[in-house]
Design a protein around this ligand. Sequence first.
Ligand code: ADP
Ligand code: MG
Length: 271
Amino acid sequence: MRLRGNRRRKTDDRPDPQDTSGLAVELRGVRRQYGRGKGAVHALGGIDLVLSRGTFTAVMGPSGSGKSTFLQCAAGLDRPSAGSVRLGGTEITGMRENRLTELRRSRLGFVFQAFNLLPSLTVEENVLLPMRLAGQRRDRRRAAQVLAQVGLADKAGRRPGELSGGQQQRVAIARALVAGPDVIFADEPTGALDSTTAAEVLGLLRHAVDTLGATVVMVTHDPAAAAWADRVLFLADGVFAGGLDRGSPERIAARMAALTSRTGAMARAAA
Ligand code: ADP
Ligand code: MG
């Protein structure tokens, strides 16, 4: 994503100027296999996915359907066994580890269920950490800007332990936004929150997409959370088994129930 008015610094990993596709995420034939031979687990069985910039996508699926593996491969945290991944127009397949790490820090945002803030750092320092690790200058104005965007302008000097769970997750969202990333990957971002606080956090992600042009890919098992997305994609046994646009929590839950009973029946038949 590009935050309006946020001039990006030039490094080798900036989007290819020839890339006019406007695509934030492109997965082509992505497979991920754990182990070999008879005991091999095919966690992803050929994923094709294209996501435009400025979209909010939820990924759902029964336990063991490959959600975590999908997110890890899409975010350059794990390497597919086959296929290719492009992020913001940059091919990351085969990219060297140090360059991939740099790309994750400067061009991707992450929001996890467990917040993953460093307790000894202030809120502001936590927000600036990815930029600091990427060797960029400490931009306190930028930190103040993103903290204001998540409604925490007055908390910059606090430590995470002094904040509520919802506030901590908002700090994590500010940290994910700070570098103006191509994509924000969220893994069960509301898994540790009550439903009211969860709605606030999801509203912020929605707002980031609608007003800041962010691109969000979120894994969740919660239909109410998924309903905040533009589109829900359903994973079953490592492949996408359809999608739902602008679905209500009830419709999403019904699709999930159908998927779970189907894959459950398949697992019982195979056992
Ligand atoms: P989900 O997040 O939807 O629960 P995962 O992506 O964690 O699914 O797992 C998909 C499949 O891959 C499961 O069958 C799981 O047991 C298997 N799997 C995941 N990680 C590993 C691993 N490190 N080694 C072996 N098998 C794994
Ligand atoms: Mg998982």
